[in-house]
Design a protein around this ligand. Structure first.
Ligand code: SF4
Length: 354
């Protein structure tokens, strides 16, 4: 095992030196910028998506160049810039943590694991990324790419029932090898997982470490199952979303349930029954439908323009849900999630028909 580990570390670092992508957040050791980029990168590190994150990161750093400016900004402004990245609680946590660091640590990022994981939104992954990349401390970062690469390469040596703890222990062992720079090591693991040991299409024929890889000769189907897929498939939810427009104003609610919690959205109903929707039975104008993923949910969304002459929409006013009428020009301020934007796109495309 020891020889295989040495081989792995040496070849991984050699590969990284020649093949790492030039990304703006790689050119800094500023813990504030590393933190922002790692929170954004938690979604993915692959292909086209990383270009989107790169652009968002540059816009974010231009608007909030340091932690004090972020701490003193309005949450709405941060959410607006975060628009399209999803996981809006992460943006709120960034704001809250920036305030705590400014108040408790005079704006200086803590460099201890124990202090970091006390902060909102910072768990083991982000704390390890900040400590290793900004402060070069030996804390292994284990994201989906790293788990896949390590599990495939060391498949014969690891517990094949797959344990995340086993992967984390292995990564922590490797990062302590002599002459290993923690910052470089973590980034090289994530990068090789993202660019070579890809989930669906591992590039085994062009992989520098293939000679000792346990699974290089496995079939494509076998590799797809290493690590095994999550046993929790996405929960499918049928949702009816209602657009209520009066005198060029839109009615929105502060959502308290299930998804985008505490964010403004359109009034909606969750339909538990799985039967096909009878569009013609609806008292409202059907605008269209689409599917949308949010974390562990797959929404099957049906969008309606409410005809207030046929049915009054009073159910949201009756309960305690916070609601408001906004000008159509204010949608950017309140409806920044990609889910709300899809609904708005349908509405804007169809409003010319009425
Ligand atoms: S040989 Fe294939 S499976 Fe093994 S580490 Fe390289 S890309 Fe991944």
């Amino acid at each position: 095992m020891q020889d295989k580990q040495i081989y792995f570390v040496e070849h991984l670092l050699e590969w990284y030196k020649k093949n790492q992508r030039k990304l703006p957040f790689r050119e800094t050791k500023d813990p504030y910028k590393i933190w922002v980029s790692e929170v954004m990168l938690q979604q993915t590190r692959v292909g086209a998506v990383i270009n989107k994150i790169e652009n968002k990161y540059l816009q974010f750093i231009e608007r909030f160049p340091d932690i004090e400016i972020l701490a003193n900004s309005k949450t709405e402004e941060i959410l607006e810039l975060w628009s399209g990245l999803g996981y809006y609680n992460r943006a709120k946590n960034l704001h809250q943590t920036a305030r705590i660091i400014c108040e408790k640590y005079s704006g200086k990022f803590p460099d201890s694991y124990q202090d970091l994981i006390q902060l909102p939104g910072i768990g083991d992954y982000t704390a390890s990324a900040i400590l290793s990349i900004a402060f070069n401390k030996p804390y292994a970062v284990v994201d989906g790419n790293v788990k896949r690469l390590l599990f495939r390469f060391f498949y014969n040596e690891l517990d094949q029932t797959y344990s995340e703890k086993g992967i984390k222990n292995l990564a922590n062992e490797l990062i302590h090898f002599p002459k290993v720079e923690p910052s470089e090591f973590n980034q090289s693991l994530m990068e090789m997982g993202a660019l070579v040991c890809i989930y669906k299409y591992p590039k085994c024929n062009n992989c520098l470490i293939s000679s000792y890889c346990s699974t290089k000769d496995f079939s494509k189907e076998e590799k797809l199952n290493i690590p095994p897929k999550s046993i929790n498939p996405k929960k499918q939810i049928k949702i009816y979303i209602y657009i209520i427009n009066k005198y060029n104003k839109l009615f929105i609610i502060k959502n308290q349930h299930l998804f985008l919690k505490n964010h403004y959205f359109f009034p909606y109903e969750i339909k538990e029954k799985k039967e096909h929707l009878e569009i013609s039975d609806s008292p409202h104008t059907f605008l269209g439908n689409f599917k949308h993923n949010i974390m562990n949910y797959l929404f099957d969304a049906y969008i309606f323009l409410v005809n207030e002459n046929k049915k009054n929409f009073t159910f949201y006013q009756q309960d305690k849900t916070e609601s408001k009428w906004i000008e159509v020009s204010e949608t950017k301020k309140y409806l920044y999630s990609s889910f709300a934007k899809k609904v708005l796109d349908l509405y804007n495309n169809s409003s010319s028909l009425f």
